[in-house]
Design a protein around this ligand. Structure first.
Ligand code: S3P
Length: 444
C-alpha cells in the first residue's frame, strides 16, 4: 500500500539547470503492448516505470507475455497478434484508461476471452466510446452502463472482425488506438475519421513495426489488416512532454529562471503547451532536433519572462489535452484574464478536470468562472493554502507548483497519486532549486 503524502511548496529563488526526464507515458504504454503483439524480442530503453505502466505490464503477464525490466530497460518477448493466453482472472488496469482502452482493442484482435477492470475511478470513465464501435466490428464485448468492467467473449481464432468506416464522436487517441488495433484483425481496410488532431503515436509506432497504416487526409486514417507479423522494437524512448510541461511552467513562474530539458518528444499533436506558453510570453527555444522511430525529439530551453493572459480553444485543446491543470497554474500568475473554451472533454479525465480544478483553485484564493466547456481565470489572485489531489496525478503536481510563486505556501494533500505518471517529480523539481516539504503519513 502507498502511504499518504502531503507536499508543501513555497516561494523559490530562480530555478535553473539541465535535466533528462523519464520516457514518455503514451509511448511507454504503446511500446510495451505493441512489443507483446510483435514476433520476437523487443528492447525498449528509457521506459517509464510508474503506476500506470505497471498496470499495463501486469496485464500482459496475466495474458501470458514474458517481459523483464532492468533499470529503465524493458525487454518483451512478443507473442504475435493472436498469441495471448486467456487470463484466469479479471485483468486489473488500475487507474489507467490508456491501458484498458488499448488492451480492449488488442484483445479484440486476438479473440482472447477476458474481463477488463480497474479502480473505482476508472470504472466511472466512459467506455461506450470503444465498446459501441467494437461491437460494430463484430467484437463480442459487453459492459454495464457503458463503463468497466468490460467482458470480451471468446471468438474463433480464424474469424476476422468486420472492417468499417467510422467517425469518432470525440478526438481521442485512446479510442483511435483501440480501433486501429482491432482493425489489424479485420477482413478489409478500416477507415477512421477524427474530429481533431489527437496524438498519433500509435500510427507512427505500428507503421515503423511494419503495419500498413496511412493518414491520407488530415484526421483520416486507413488501416489495412496485418499481412505479416509486427517486427520487434529496438529503441530509446524520448522524455515525456506532459511531464516536461510541469517543469517548464515551474520555471516560467519564477522570475530569473532558465532551464533546459533534454530529449523531449515533440510530436506536433502534443506540443500545444509550448505554443501557448510562448504566446503567454515565456521564451522557449528548441535545440538539437532529431528523430526517434518517426517521432520528432529535441531539447527545450525556457527562460522566464512576465506572463500575459491567453485564450485557448479549438484544435489547440486536443494538442495539450493533458496540460490544462498546469496551464491553469500559469494562468493564475499571468497578467489579465485567461480563458479556456471547447474543452468539455476535460470533464472525462482522471477527475472532472474543469470542476475539480476550479474548486481547488478557489480554495487557494483564485478568482475564476467555470463554464461547461472551460473556465476563465483572473491572474494575480492566488494567495496559497491547502488543497486536495482528488486521486488525479496531474492535479497534484500542478497545484503543488502554484506554491513557487504564491505569497503563502501551497500544501497538496494526498499527492502520492503523482507516482501514477511521474515518480521522479519531487527530486527533479528539487534539482532545479525548488523548496518542497514532504510529509508522509503511514496511517492514512
Ligand atoms: C492518451 C490519450 C489522451 C490522454 C491520456 C493518454 C494516450 O486521452 O489524455 O493521458 O496515450 O493515448 P484521450 O485519447 O482519451 O483524449
Amino acid at each position: 500500500m502507498q502511504h499518504a503524502l502531503d507536499l508543501t511548496v513555497s516561494a523559490a529563488a530562480p530555478l535553473g539547470g539541465e535535466i533528462i526526464l523519464p520516457g514518455d507515458k503514451s509511448l511507454s504504454h504503446r511500446a510495451a503492448l505493441f512489443a507483446a503483439l510483435a514476433e520476437g524480442t523487443s528492447t525498449i530503453d528509457r521506459f517509464l516505470v510508474s503506476g500506470v505502466t505497471r498496470a499495463m505490464l501486469n496485464v500482459l503477464t496475466a495474458c501470458g507475455v514474458e517481459w523483464h525490466i532492468e533499470g529503465s530497460r524493458l525487454s518483451v518477448c512478443g507473442k504475435g497478434l493472436r498469441g495471448f493466453t486467456p487470463p484466469k482472472e479479471a485483468l486489473g488496469c488500475g487507474n489507467s484508461a490508456t491501458t484498458i482502452r488499448m488492451l480492449a482493442g488488442a484483445l479484440a484482435a486476438s479473440g482472447t476471452p477476458c474481463v477488463l477492470d480497474g479502480s473505482t475511478g476508472l470504472r466511472k470513465r466512459p467506455m461506450n466510446r470503444i465498446t459501441d464501435p467494437l461491437r460494430d466490428m463484430g467484437v463480442p464485448i459487453s459492459s454495464p452502463n457503458g463503463c468497466a468492467p468490460l467482458t470480451l467473449a471468446a471468438r474463433a481464432a480464424d474469424a476476422p472482425l468486420r472492417a468499417m468506416d467510422y467517425t469518432l464522436p470525440v478526438a481521442s487517441a485512446q479510442v483511435k488506438s483501440c480501433l486501429i488495433l482491432a482493425a489489424l484483425a479485420a477482413d478489409g481496410v478500416t477507415t477512421l475519421h477524427e474530429p481533431g488532431p489527437s496524438r498519433d503515436h500509435t500510427e507512427r509506432m505500428l507503421s515503423a513495426m511494419g503495419a500498413d497504416i496511412r493518414t491520407n487526409k488530415p484526421h483520416t486514417i486507413r488501416i489495412a489488416p496485418l499481412a505479416r507479423p509486427l517486427a520487434p522494437l529496438k529503441l530509446e524512448l524520448p522524455g515525456d512532454i506532459s511531464s516536461a510541461a510541469f517543469l517548464l511552467v515551474a520555471a516560467a513562474l519564477v522570475p530569473g529562471s532558465s532551464i533546459r530539458i533534454r530529449d523531449v518528444g515533440l510530436n506536433p499533436t502534443r506540443t500545444g503547451i509550448l505554443d501557448v506558453l510562448s504566446q503567454m510570453g515565456a521564451d522557449i527555444r528548441i535545440e538539437n532536433r532529431h528523430d526517434i522511430l518517426g517521432e520528432p525529439v529535441g531539447d527545450i530551453r525556457l527562460t522566464a519572462a512576465p506572463l500575459k493572459a491567453v485564450c485557448v480553444s479549438g484544435e489547440t485543446v486536443v494538442r495539450m489535452i493533458d496540460e490544462f491543470p498546469i496551464f491553469a497554474i500559469a494562468a493564475c500568475f499571468a497578467h489579465g484574464a485567461s480563458e479556456v473554451r471547447d474543452a468539455e472533454e476535460l470533464r472525462y479525465k482522471e477527475t472532472d478536470r474543469i470542476s475539480v480544478m476550479c474548486g481547488e483553485l478557489k480554495k487557494l484564493g483564485v478568482r475564476l468562472e467555470e463554464r461547461r466547456d472551460g473556465f476563465t481565470i483572473y491572474g494575480g489572485t492566488l494567495t496559497g493554502g491547502e488543497c486536495e489531489a482528488h486521486g488525479d496525478h496531474r492535479l497534484a503536481m500542478s497545484l503543488a507548483l502554484a506554491g513557487l510563486a504564491s505569497p503563502d505556501p501551497v500544501t497538496v494533500r494526498h499527492a502520492e497519486i503523482l507516482n501514477e505518471s511521474f515518480p521522479d517529480f519531487v527530486p527533479l523539481i528539487r534539482a532545479l532549486g525548488a523548496t518542497v516539504r514532504e510529509s508522509v503519513d503511514t496511517k492514512r
